[in-house]
Design a protein around this ligand. Structure first.
Ligand code: BG6
Length: 471
């Protein structure tokens, strides 16, 4: 047994999002977002036909949930404001939406939790999607207006702000893989969306700095970006073409965001290669100056799995767009079969050390990490408690690598688990369960701590990880 220690001021918390927890989708003047629209149009696309409507009943149960989080030794939580709840179709504040979040934040604070607020979690309001969504610069401007209004409304309540969660995911899921509404498969359109989201991020940071200079934010407030960075790997004996696949995968998914948030620019090698291959970004005069304002105070690193790639079999896809990499299946990969994601705890260390080497001044925290398992009810003991030893192992291994990285100079400040209480996972709905706390759908969303909840409490209060592995 090896004992690894995390720093005393290392924080532990819960990551969640508005659209996956709140429910109450038709109350308080909330408008439709794309998840509501997809649920309305094709409910069969959702596991067990559970659409966006209910979340995990957080709106009704948030006081109970805050107590649960505190009982597990957690001190912080992150959620998102839903654009479609906070603003109306004219871009003005919806008073009921504003009151909803004031109450939520103040109840969390009363319970002893600090709330981190993210402004966007894949939840484009449908009326704005109908105007072109992220492909339309007017929607980018509308987002900047939304961010400015959120800073003004909640600037004196919230210290830690984030512009986006995983800005790479909508380009991927909605515009390249085409597996999320509106099911587009076009790499070049995806990059245009990615570019416009980058401008939106930078405009929001500008609004934040303006609000701070005007005394509207807390003195010690900070702003950041959260992304699901995927440490890139290839074959053990790679060809130059395999390494080129790594360069572009890493460039588009990781360096793109890291360069914006630390230098206020896009990685020039990536932009040049995209242009050479016919993928032109929708650049407008003045954009360089906007991007320069995208530098943030710290970063959130969501880590679920690495990205293993190799040289592509074809240079161009069916839509005539460039292909830079094919997936590489590592023969030694350990898989979470429920989600189809590789489990590779060392990736969190590799990427943390990369940040320390290439972006040495950047503070960060693990903003999401977790394991979603299908059919967890099969693991109930005679008292009805889910015995999720696999979750304990997963988190222990990842935290052990985080501790190692910190000992070797990584500037990691905390760890948020996704999702401490089971929640709605997009079109997978409640198929894969992530929580330390079960949400029993057959008993009106009742909450029941799993075996892992007491393990988490012990780690969060001691900051000590006991591990058998020789990392
Ligand atoms: C992250 C997202 O990518 O992964 C969450 O920020 C998401 O919104 C989580 O729920 C787990 O992925 P999934 O698809 O299994 O819910």
């Amino acid at each position: 047994m090896q004992e690894l220690k995390l720093p005393k001021d290392f924080f532990f918390g819960a990551a969640m999002s508005g659209p996956q927890t709140e429910g109450a989708w038709r109350s308080g003047g909330k408008l439709e977002n794309l998840w509501d629209t997809w649920s309305n149009e094709a409910i069969d696309d959702f596991h067990d036909c559970v659409g966006s409507y209910a979340g995990n009943d957080f709106t009704k149960r948030h006081d109970e949930d805050f107590k649960l989080l505190r009982s597990m030794g957690l001190d912080t939580m992150r959620t998102s404001i839903q654009w479609s709840r906070f603003l109306d179709e004219n871009g003005d504040v919806n008073p009921e939406g504003e009151a909803y979040y004031h109450k939520l934040f103040s109840d969390a604070h009363d319970a002893g939790l600090e709330v981190f607020v993210n402004l966007y979690h894949f939840d484009m309001p449908t009326y704005l999607f109908r105007r072109g969504g992220w492909e339309n610069r007017e929607v980018v401007e509308a987002y900047a207006n939304y961010a400015a209004k959120a800073f003004r409304a909640f600037g004196k309540e919230i210290r830690c702000w984030f512009t986006f969660n995983e800005p790479i995911v909508e380009p991927e899921q909605r515009y390249t893989a085409g597996i999320w509404y509106p099911f587009i498969k076009n790499y070049n359109r995806a990059r245009a969306v990615q570019y416009n989201i980058s401008i939106a991020h930078s405009l929001a940071v500008r609004e934040y700095r303006v609000a701070k200079a005007a005394g509207l934010m807390m003195d010690d407030s900070r702003i950041g970006l959260i992304n699901c960075f995927t440490p890139p790997y290839t074959k053990e004996d790679p060809s130059p073409a395999d390494l080129e696949a790594v360069r572009m995968t890493d460039g588009v998914s990781n360096r793109w965001w890291l360069d914006i948030v630390t230098k206020g620019e896009l990685p020039s090698d990536v932009v040049e290669t995209l242009a050479e291959r016919g993928c032109e970004l929708p650049v407008r005069p003045g954009d360089d100056a906007i991007l320069r304002e995208g530098v943030v105070d710290w970063l959130g690193f969501n880590y679920y799995h690495p990205e293993r790639v190799q040289a592509p079999a074809h240079d161009v896809d069916e839509a005539g767009c460039p292909v830079f990499a094919d997936p590489y299946v590592w023969p030694d990969a350990v898989m979470n079969e429920s989600r189809g994601w590789e489990i590779y705890p060392k990736g969190i260390y590799d990427f943390g050390m990369k940040l320390a080497a290439d972006y040495p001044d950047l503070d960060w925290f693990v903003s999401e990490n977790g394991i979603g398992i299908e059919g967890e009810r099969a693991f109930k003991n005679s008292d009805g408690q889910i015995q999720d030893d696999y979750r304990i192992d997963f988190v222990r291994q990842h935290l052990a690598w985080v501790a190692r990285a910190i000992q070797e100079g990584a500037r990691c400040r905390g760890y948020h688990y996704w999702a401490v209480i089971d929640n709605w996972s997009w079109n997978n709905a409640f198929k894969n369960r992530y929580g330390f706390v079960e949400v029993d759908m057959q008993d009106g969303y009742a909450r029941r701590p799993k075996k892992s909840a007491s393990w988490l409490k012990q780690v969060a209060s001691s900051h000590v990880i006991m591990t058998e592995e020789e990392n």
